[in-house]
Design a binder for this molecule. Structure first.
Ligand code: NAD
Ligand code: MG
Length: 377
């Protein structure tokens, strides 16, 4: 078998380190062609020593000791288009990952996409880059990986509805009053997944599920009224697909990102793996499902509404959320202010122009500015 080169963007993060663990177990099928990180030079150096990629990039300056590395934001695009990589695992967090996704797709590569934010902000541009460059997107997000695994080999026209599962996050049983003043420590205590800080807060507000509904819309081409969300606290059923005859398929597994990462590399094939935890339905039971408390977690509805509006609205939703989450993590605003910031930014900037990458980046910047001004930050 010829080994495929993988560029791992965001290699020092939660998904990045998971991906390197998976790649380390499958050195017969894959090799690490490139690594990039934002700032953790020590860990990046350790990874570079272990995997020996031909390209290493760090975004933040200040790692001058490493003269052989590329420095600055453009290293992401360089890694994403590197000739040794045929797969680009984009595990950068937030809008910063956009250009790398577009460049990799334009260069005809497979993008194993964890960085859902950039598909949300620029779904149409990403689809266009895919089509023109001959690249493909395979989702890493566990819900979308589940859906892809259920529909692969079937006709798109046979799919009636997608039902994404949501753990409900750390605040599933909290009252609205208690939610309003939840602390950063409370919000970072996710019940089933260990993830980066930004997505952990998104899981607490359910903004993550809004991003995932929009992600599913662009990945699978279904209208928003055929994509639903159900709360499933155990995170074992990773999503459901309902077909036109009423039959429903689901993909299940112990909550671990190793399988969706591996599947994004091997899709539509599979390879044997020993790292994914064993599945025991009795051990994992009971599996329960609940309705979403939309009134208490308004970010989900706002995000889906932004998806329906289309144009720049999803980019504005995403940017306002990123900015509000970062202010919350800095202790400058309360938890309950995150959805209010998003609502206000969507009302002010939701209909901004969206015809190009630059227009979307302008909408993104305007939404961030709006949120900072709202809180005088
Ligand atoms: P993380 O914060 O743990 O890691 C982010 C990585 O990106 C780090 O390597 C960091 O150095 C790099 N990075 C951060 N800012 C950057 C910038 N401005 N430019 C370039 N690189 C930058 O985040 P994570 O939890 O691994 O999540 C990464 C992406 O995967 C997010 O889009 C998230 O929504 C998605 N995702 C994560 C999980 C999970 O289990 N962690 C599951 C599904 C989807
Ligand atoms: Mg997910």
């Amino acid at each position: 078998m010829t080994r495929r080169g993988v560029a791992v963007l965001g290699s020092t993060g939660s998904i990045g380190t998971t991906a390197l663990r998976v790649l380390g177990r499958h050195a017969d099928a894959f090799y690490v062609a490139a690594l990039t990180a934002h700032s953790n030079a020590a860990l990046l150096q350790e990874q570079a020593r272990e995997f020996g990629p031909s390209f290493v990039g760090i975004v933040q300056n200040g790692a001058e000791d490493h003269r052989e590395w590329r420095h600055g934001p453009s290293c992401l695009v360089e890694a994403a288009t590197h000739q040794d990589a045929s797969i680009v695992l984009n595990a950068v967090v937030g809008a910063a990952g956009l250009d790398a996704t577009l460049a990799a797709l334009s260069a005809g590569k497979r993008v194993a996409l964890a960085n859902k934010e950039t598909l949300v902000m620029a779904g149409a541009l990403v689809a266009d880059a895919c089509q023109r460059g001959g690249g493909e997107i395979v989702p890493v997000d566990s819900e979308h990986s589940a859906i892809l695994q259920c529909i692969t080999g079937r006709r798109g026209a046979d799919v009636r509805r997608l039902v994404l599962t949501a753990s409900g996050g750390p605040f599933r049983g909290w009252s609205r009053e208690r939610l309003e003043r939840a602390t950063v420590a409370d919000a970072l205590r996710h019940p089933t997944w260990r993830m980066g800080r930004k997505i952990t807060i998104d899981s607490a507000t359910l903004a993550n599920k809004a991003l995932e509904v929009i992600e599913a819309h662009f990945l699978f081409g279904l209208p928003y009224d055929r994509i639903e969300v159900v709360v499933h606290p155990q995170s074992v059923v990773h999503s459901f697909v309902e077909f036109v005859d009423g039959s429903v398929l689901a993909q299940l597994g112990v909550p671990s990102m190793e399988l969706p990462v591996l599947y994004a590399l091997t899709h539509p094939g599979r390879i044997a793996d020993t790292g994914v935890p064993p599945f025991d339905p009795v051990e994992l039971s009971p599996l329960t499902f609940e309705r979403v408390r939309h009134d208490d977690f308004p970010a989900l509805r706002m995000g889906v509404q932004a998806g329906r509006m289309g144009g720049a609205a999803p980019a504005v939703f995403n940017a306002a959320n990123e900015q509000a989450v970062s202010l919350f993590l800095e202790g400058r605003i309360q938890f309950g202010e995150i959805p209010r910031a998003i609502e206000s930014a969507l009302a002010a900037e939701g209909t901004a122009p969206s015809h190009s990458r630059d227009a979307l980046l302008e909408a993104d910047a305007a939404a961030r500015r709006h949120v900072r001004e709202l809180f005088a930050c």
